[in-house]
Design a protein around this ligand. Sequence first.
Ligand code: FES
Length: 56
Amino acid sequence: MIICICKRVSDREIRRLVDEGATSLADIRRETELGTQCGKCACEARRIVRELNEDQ
Ligand code: FES
């Protein structure tokens, strides 16, 4: 599922980055530019990153 429509970043991509050590939205943003256009995806993306890190 696409989380960031503007930059075409999927939840799968976020999961991969968390598996590789990303711990924050800033880490995801640095790698993918997620949230750097309209910003509407930021809340959902932050929630996903937090959940994935809790599962680790
Ligand atoms: Fe992510 Fe627009 S949906 S910046």
